[in-house]
Design a protein around this ligand. Structure first.
Ligand code: NAD
Length: 466
């Protein structure tokens, strides 16, 4: 194999970096740039180095990222809540620990081989190169760490354009990734980001010739913009996950699981229960146990006031008021003039399926409960309320036929049965963790292998010793 001059230059640069002590690490080596083109150039250079590093070295860097994320979990959680005003510090600590421990690394990249009369053929998963990643305000540093582990494991470097409302905490996470790399003898700028990100900068990334893959984690606007770029793109978009409860469910457990899931980080995760569809026969019992588990039920007048508080009308369409996304339930109740204490985790109310608080993806600890006459009716309502996002849906039932039918018909990337929604992230459920769920483009729960190109390598008439 011949090594190109530009690759030799990059390797020499790396050797010089290794000679420096970590105390001498300069800020500009930690990945934060003012200009998006400079950021892409730096990520391109570091990708050349990453390409020649052993899998073992990649894995050591990833382990260091995991370590640093755990060490900084509390700080990142506090920074996230302070900067965005959204979510809960205790739950964000759990989210960071989860992402550090359960995001797959290089073990996710598998080789397939066929050998026989005609020799040996390998199918290997190789990097795209430099990935452009858009990250949300709802799980900001969690997504940066999650994407970094998966994308570096697969040999890519990353240019982040974080949400402008969460850029400080996102960029702090980017710095941690580069500190981890430098401390383990890797290059600077494995992940890079923009000091003051804007939508214009995201648009430059969408068109940049050195970006080979785009990954958008966010609402419908950014995912559509990304998918319209003409580049290969992975779209992790919005959801409005319904949870169905039928008459066969363990109602007491279902109530607790739903409140636990819907209040996790104040309902910011895209997978969290956003509305309940309960079969009429068990609806009263379900509500009773929800109240026992920290829910506060409001009636019609208050529901109208709540709608005015958390939704705004723009051009005839409802949009959520950012002032209340991810806020504590008791604070929302206070704004309605209801004096509730901090033990109140969730606001619940009964409504019909067309109610805007049920139709919209609120990302607030507010759950509308829609009564259905039977399970068939419940499934029909839930499918409509998911709005074809194909993102997440949940069900509490002991009837395997009902569970199977709902899972098939709603056709979502995630379907959690008889557990809180967060079981899908590997928290109280089996499987790995991700904060980028590619619902729109179908990759589902992304991991290192999602960010690879498949390559076939054929050696005819040799290396078969059978
Ligand atoms: P958002 O859509 O407001 O912002 C996401 C990012 O996109 C930001 O960086 C923003 O500046 C940028 N952006 C927005 N419109 C753009 C455009 N037209 N062109 C370029 N960039 C653009 O999202 P948010 O409020 O931070 O996150 C909440 C939304 O994201 C919810 O809808 C939630 O369901 C979804 N989400 C999905 C996943 C998933 O894995 N599927 C994960 C987290 C959040």
């Amino acid at each position: 194999m011949t090594i190109r001059n530009e690759d030799i230059e990059a390797i020499v640069k790396q050797v010089l970096i290794n000679l420096k002590s970590s105390k001498q690490i300069k800020n500009e080596e930690l990945g934060i740039f003012n200009d998006v083109n400079d950021a892409v150039n730096a990520a391109k250079e570091s990708q050349r180095i990453l390409r020649y590093m052993s899998i073992d070295q990649r894995e050591r860097i990833i382990n260091k990222i995991r370590e640093k994320t755990i060490e900084n979990a509390k700080l990142l959680a506090q920074m996230g809540v302070n900067e965005t005003g959204m979510g809960r510090v205790d739950h964000k600590i759990i989210k960071h620990e989860l992402v550090a421990k359960k995001t797959p690394g290089t073990e996710d990249i598998k080789t397939i081989a066929w050998s026989g009369d005609n020799g040996l053929t390998l199918v290997e998963m190789g990097p795209f190169g430099v990935i452009g990643a858009i990250t949300p305000s709802t799980n900001p540093s969690e997504t940066v760490i999650c994407n970094s582990i998966g994308m570096i494991a697969s040999g890519n470097t990353i240019v982040f354009n974080p949400h402008p409302g969460a850029s400080k905490v996102s960029n702090y996470a980017v710095r941690l990734v580069n500190e981890a790399s430098l401390e383990e003898g890797g290059p600077p700028n494995l992940a890079v980001s923009i000091d003051k990100p804007t939508i214009e900068m995201a648009n430059i990334l969408f068109k940049h010739p050195d970006i080979s893959l785009l990954v958008a984690t966010g609402g419908p606007g950014v995912v559509t913009a990304c998918l319209s770029s003409g580049k290969r793109a992975i779209g992790a978009g919005a959801g409005n996950p319904p949870v169905v409860v039928d008459e066969t469910a363990d109602i007491k457990k279902a109530a607790k699981d739903i409140i636990d899931g819907a209040t996790f980080d104040n309902n910011l995760p895209c997978i969290a229960e956003k509305e309940v569809i309960a079969v009429d026969e068990i609806a009263d019992e379900l509500i009773y146990y929800m109240i026992k588990n920290g829910a506060y039920k409001i009636e019609k007048d208050m529901v109208d006031k709540l709608t005015e508080l958390v939704l705004e009308k723009k051009n005839g369409e409802y949009v959520i008021s950012r002032n209340w996304v991810g806020r504590d339930a008791y604070k929302i109740l206070k704004a309605l003039g209801i004096d509730a204490d901090e033990s109140i985790r969730c606001i619940i109310f009964e409504a019909n399926e067309e109610h805007p608080l049920v139709e919209e993806e609120l990302m607030m600890p507010i759950l509308g409960i829609v009564r259905a006459s039977n399970v068939d009716d419940a499934i029909k309502i839930a499918i409509r309320l998911e709005h074809g996002n194909r993102h997440s849906a949940h069900m509490h039932s002991k009837n395997v036929d009902n569970l199977t039918r709902f899972g098939r018909e709603i056709d979502t990337a995630i379907f959690v049965k008889n557990a809180p929604s967060y079981a899908a992230l590997g928290f109280g459920g089996e499987g790995y963790c991700t904060f980028t769920i590619a619902s729109r483009t179908g990759e589902g729960l992304t991991s290192a292998k999602t960010f690879t190109k498949i390559r076939r390598c054929v050696l005819a008439d040799g290396f078969s010793i059978r």
